[in-house]
Design a protein around this ligand. Sequence first.
Ligand code: HEM
Length: 460
Amino acid sequence: MSLPGPPLPAAASTLLWMQRPLAYLDACAKRYGEPYAMPLIGFPKIAMFYTPAAVKEVFSDDGSTYAAGKFNKSLSALLGERSVLMLDGAEHMRHRKLLLPPFHGERMQRYGQAMLDATDACIEGWTPGKRFALQPDMQDVTLRVILQTIFGFALGPRLDEMRRRTKRILQLGAWPPLLLPFMQRDLGPWSPWAKFQAALKAGDEYLYDEIARRRRSGERSHDILSLLLDARDEDGQPMSDADLRDELTTLLVAGHETTATALTWAVRWTLATPGLLDRVRAEIHAARSKDGTPRLTAARAAELPLIDAIAREAMRLNPVIPIVGRVLERPVRLAGHDLPAGTPLACSIYLAQRRPDVYPNPSRFDPDRFLGKKPAPSEFFPFGGGVRRCIGMAFALYEMRIVLARLFERAELSLAPDAPIRVERRSITLVPSAGLLVRLERRLPDGVVAPPITEHAAGA
Ligand code: HEM
C-alpha cells in the first residue's frame, strides 16, 4: 500500500497518537487528505478514512470483508479472546445475537430508577462551594448502574467489592502504552503489566464466583446476567462460563467509562454555552409541571429532546473514541484506492463529525443541529456502525438523558474558570483533562427550578 502519510518513524507517530491524538488527526487530514497512512509501533500502517461515502461502504459490509475483531486485538488481554469485540465472522454473529436482546430499547425502562438513584447519591456527596473533578464521579454513577443492571447486584457489600476491583483494573489499564503489544509483558511483580494482570485476576475471581452462585441458586431477575444465563444460541447451546466472563467484562469495561466520559463532555459544553442551561431548565420545568411531580420521573427525563440533543452534540464534538478499526479479509477498492488483504483501516469518528460540509461551523457546540434532525449513520457514528455498532447504544443514550436531566435539575454547577480544558487519553478513550474541574454552587431542594446561571458559564 503506498498511501501518503507522515514520514515519521513509528515510535514518533505512536507518541503523537498517544499524547495529541486529535491534533495529530487534524494535521494529517489537512496535509494528506483521505486516505492517509498512520504508522504505529508493532502494527502495519493504518489507512485512515473519514468521508461519508467511504464510511458508508465500510459499515454496509456483513462482516466478511472488514474484520473488527482482528483490529481490536490489543484489548484481548483485558477483555478475553471470547469477547464479542475480539471475534469475527460467524462466531461474532453468534455472540452478538446472544447479547443483543437484553439491550433492546424498551427493556431500558426497567433501569431508569437505578440511574436516577445513582445520580442522586452522587449529587448528595458533593459539598457546595467545593471544586472537584466530575469525570470520576460520573464514572462512579455509571459503574454503580452497570453493576446493578447488568450483574443484578443489590446495593451492599458485594456491589462495593466488585466496584473496588473494577476500579483498580481500569485505573491500571488506563495507561495508554499498555495497548502496545511490546508493553504487554511481565517484567517482575512491580511492572505495569504484572500489576494490571494481578488486578484482572482479582476481578475474574469475583466474576466467576458470581456466575457459579447464580447458576447454583437459579436466582434470576431483570438484570442482563439473568438473561444471558438463560440465553441459547441457534443450536440451543447456552453460554459457557468462559464466554460469560469475557462478555461480562466487555460490558463492564466498554459500558461504563465510555458513558461517564460522554456525560462529562456533555456537562462541560452545557456549562460553557451561554443561555443553554436556561433552555435546559425550562425544558425540565415544563416536563415536571406536566406530571405535577416535585422531581422528574425516569420516564419523563428520558424523553427530553434538548437533553438528548446535548448528549448527541457532545459526542459529535468530543467523541469518546476517535476511530473505529477494521482489518481487510480480502483486497478491496475503497474511495478509489486498491487496498490489499490484511490492511488495517480506520474510520475516524472525530474527523467525520467535524466536516464543515456536513456540520457548518463544526467546532461550535450547537445542540440545535440534532433537534428534530437525524444525521446519516456515515456522518454521525460515535457508537461505530454496521454489524459492529455498539450493542449498548440505546442503554448509553438512555442513561445519559436521565443522568444529565437529574444533574441539571438538582445541581447548580460551574466550570472552574482558571482550569484550561485539554483532551487527554485514557486507554482508547479521550477525556477532559483533570477529569473536568467543576464547582457545586448549590444543591436545589425538591420542586425548585434554578435561576439562570449563565454568568458562571459565560466566564468558562
Ligand atoms: C457513550 C457510551 C458509549 C460509546 C461512545 C461506545 C462506543 C462504542 C464503539 C465506538 C464501539 C465500536 C463499534 C465499531 O467497531 O463499529 C462499541 C462497541 C461495543 N460497545 Fe459500546 N459504547 C458506549 C457504551 C456502551 C455500553 C453502555 C455498552 C454495554 C453495556 C457497550 C457495549 C459495547 C459492545 C459489547 C461492543 C462490541 C460490539 C461488536 O463488536 O459487535 N458500549 N462501542
